[in-house]
Design a protein around this ligand. Structure first.
Ligand code: CO
Length: 134
């Protein structure tokens, strides 16, 4: 079902500070800021040869990562994302074994303009897992 790691997403309280760390201190390649009002986040991609790290900051009052940052005030790993080649096939396979998909089984459009779903952390060893069709 899953093919490779697409990205690890880290929620941060201050995106400028995080960008400075990755760009200046780590010397990594960091994208421009992308605002996603519908998802309640502003993010940047840190691009590595074979994977990415997403640094996300809350956008707006009702940001879904707001409560996470209240519990993790200095930031923390929020989710990991695996690539699947066929989202509908993947959803069907996972639902067959009782995996819960957050917000129903209809993929939404993710940060990269591709279909994504999130899997329940309680079915994934306490880790929020995003699947992206790629
Ligand atoms: Co993600």
């Amino acid at each position: 079902v899953i093919r490779k790691l697409n990205h690890v997403a880290i929620a941060v309280p201050d995106l400028d500070v995080a960008v400075t760390l990755y760009r200046t201190t780590f010397g990594a390649k960091v994208s421009d800021r992308v605002e996603l009002p519908e998802q309640g986040v502003t993010l940047v991609f840190v691009e590595f040869e074979d994977t990415k790290v997403e640094l996300m900051e809350p956008l707006g009052e009702a940001s879904p990562i707001g409560p996470f940052l209240e519990r993790n005030i200095s930031g923390g790993i929020h989710h990991i994302c695996y690539e699947v080649s066929d989202m509908h096939e993947a959803i069907a396979q996972l639902q067959k074994v009782g995996m819960r998909i957050l917000d129903g089984s209809t993929p939404s459009v993710g940060a990269h303009g591709k279909p994504v779903v999130f899997l329940h952390p309680k079915d994934n060893f306490g880790t929020l897992v995003e699947l992206e069709e790629a």
